[in-house]
Ligand binder design. Structure first.
Ligand code: KG4
Ligand code: ZN
Length: 341
């Protein structure tokens, strides 16, 4: 079964072709991040313009790399939400247009669920449930209990910034470009995580929820220096910038581990599945491997942590088969916010 996956929920125009749910024939990702870097975050109108300009070239490249013709495609899968409404509408309407033009079924899938599915389609091993799920992206931070594909219970979420967003904001405080995650990871490799005693927030009465805004403010004060002095990032010595990055990253990851441990104590957890842009961080992977040495940890393969079309095609395949190969109706709407169930 050949499935075309379309992802346009934020600043990536991403189209992939996946065979039988796991075999990635092409996974083309074009990003407008460089444009947004000028503004320090995603500028929705510019993201939409990028999707409109890049959709057809990205589609052509995805077909070309996979050596597949439109006639051979069996299904079109598309991210229907959550995300930026204008950006989602471009992908969804394009999917509907292609479904009409090529006379193919189409299916809308949940973007965050697809981030979790990325880890599932990355392993040849049998999936183990019930499992814990951690989605760590620029827009979402979710701790979930996974009963099976399509059956989730949200255990915790962020009450302020998403983890990727916190990485991006801390990067901005250190004068690093957007998106900041990979830059913080690189800087942190050379830093001393014990130098700054940062801690992520504790949410009263919701021990599995996350809060990263206080951590971000602590970084701001560390950058500014003691006694309200007004140091700027450019006046910091390199070792201090490295130590701030390492201490921030460590505090954030220890918080994820602590909350995962608490969640694990609630049910017979067989594995942890990770998804979202932050899940490509190698230090995060090391920290979890150390903290949970006997629990199988499922990570997205290279190219499937950040937004991509392959995870949309993979989840689309699974859902389409699960529901007896029914196409969605053409009145399917894009939703900026939707629950994962
Ligand atoms: O999943 P994603 O592509 O987009 C959303 O659905 O939001 O995640 C993007 C986020 C950005 O905030 C980016 O800074 C972060 O993932 N990120 C990282 C790393 N690579 C990307 N964060 C930490 N370490 C990384 N290596
Ligand atoms: Zn995403």
């Amino acid at each position: 079964m050949l499935v075309l996956g379309i992802e346009t929920s934020c600043d990536e125009t991403a189209i992939a072709i996946v065979q039988d749910g796991t075999q990635i024939l092409s996974n083309v990702i074009t990003s407008s991040a460089a444009t947004h870097a000028l503004y320090g975050g995603v500028f929705p109108e510019l993201a939409c313009q990028h999707h409109i300009d890049l959709f057809l070239p990205t589609l052509e490249q995805a077909l070309h790399e996979a050596k597949v013709t439109p006639q051979e495609i069996d299904l079109i899968a598309v991210a229907k939400g959550p995300g930026l409404i204008g950006a989602l509408l471009i992908g969804l309407n394009a999917a509907k247009g292609l479904a009409i033009a090529w006379n193919k079924p189409f299916i809308g899938v949940h973007h965050v669920e697809a981030h979790l599915y990325a880890a599932m389609m990355s392993t040849p091993k049998p999936w183990l449930f019930p499992a814990l799920g951690l989605v760590l992206s620029g827009g979402h931070t979710l701790l979930l209990k996974i009963h099976g594909v399509g059956s989730y219970e949200i255990l915790g979420t962020t009450v302020d910034d998403a983890l990727g967003e916190a990485f991006d904001k801390v990067a901005a405080l250190l004068d690093l470009p957007y998106p900041g995650g990979p830059h913080i990871e690189r800087l942190a490799q050379l830093g001393r995580p014990e130098r700054f005693p940062f801690r992520a927030g504790f949410v009263k009465k919701q021990p599995l929820d996350f809060s990263f805004s206080g951590l971000k403010t602590a970084v701001l004060y560390a950058v500014k220096g003691p006694n309200g002095s007004k140091r700027t990032p450019s006046s910091l010595d390199e070792a201090t910038r490295q130590d701030i990055a390492a201490s921030f990253q460590q505090a954030a990851f220890l918080d994820l581990i602590e909350k995962s441990r608490k969640a694990q104590a609630l049910f017979p957890c067989q594995a942890i599945f990770f998804g979202g842009g932050v899940s490509c961080n190698l230090r995060l992977r090391e920290c979890f491997a150390d903290a949970f040495p006997s629990l199988p940890l499922f990570w997205p393969q290279a190219g499937l942590s950040l937004d991509n079309g392959a995870m949309i095609a993979g989840l689309g395949t699974h859902k389409f088969l699960q529901r007896g190969q029914q196409s969605d109706a053409f009145d399917l709407e894009a939703k900026p916010r939707i629950h994962i169930n």
